[in-house]
Write a protein that binds this ligand. Sequence first.
Ligand code: COA
Length: 172
Amino acid sequence: MDRTFHLPTCLLRPWRVDDLESLVRHANDPRVSATVRDHFPSPYTREDGQRWLAHAARAGRDTSLAIEVDGHAVGGVGMIAGEDVHRICAEIGYWLGHAFWNRGVMTDAVRAYSEHLLRDRGFLRLEAPVFAINPASARVLEKAGFERESVQRRAAIKTNQVIDVWLYVRLA
Ligand SMILES: CC(C)(COP(=O)(O)OP(=O)(O)OC[C@H]1O[C@@H](n2cnc3c(N)ncnc32)[C@H](O)[C@@H]1OP(=O)(O)O)[C@@H](O)C(=O)NCCC(=O)NCCS
């Protein structure tokens, strides 16, 4: 089932093949890739975008949604469901094109998406790991009802820098 959410600053909706140009324009930015996992490509090519859109179509439903502003897909929010005994949990991730930062877009997106996962999908626990060099993302999560549960010390390496990871959670 496709999901679309109309929010004050943006629309959350399934990815479409015609998002390719806008996806690549906004994702191909070291300011975006600097604070996400290395599997987010940098540089971000057309082929990366095509792979992503094919993956999003296969994953279906609401596993990953585009964030649309002014008619263009300018970011994304998605989740990975836990497995086996962790199937009551989901991890969320998100990114937004730099031109749209600090307008409250991601706060709207994370809040609505989290509430959907807890209410409609039955998850009991949502997790969001945040690099300790990313206070804007931590702030988004706090505004969206998450709390910092733990600090995972020296848990990640990004661009050769070993960093702590803040684990944010929101419980049903
Ligand atoms: C992090 C990110 C998602 C934030 O999205 P956004 O739409 O700009 O977020 P919002 O506008 O909803 O909220 C940002 C908040 O962080 C605050 N903020 C911004 N930069 C900050 C900084 N350097 N230190 C502290 N707070 C900061 C803003 O003031 C705002 O808080 P406020 O409303 O209390 O003033 C966006 O910058 C992004 O996509 N970054 C690259 C990818 C990424 O880091 N993804 C998350 C991985 S965990």
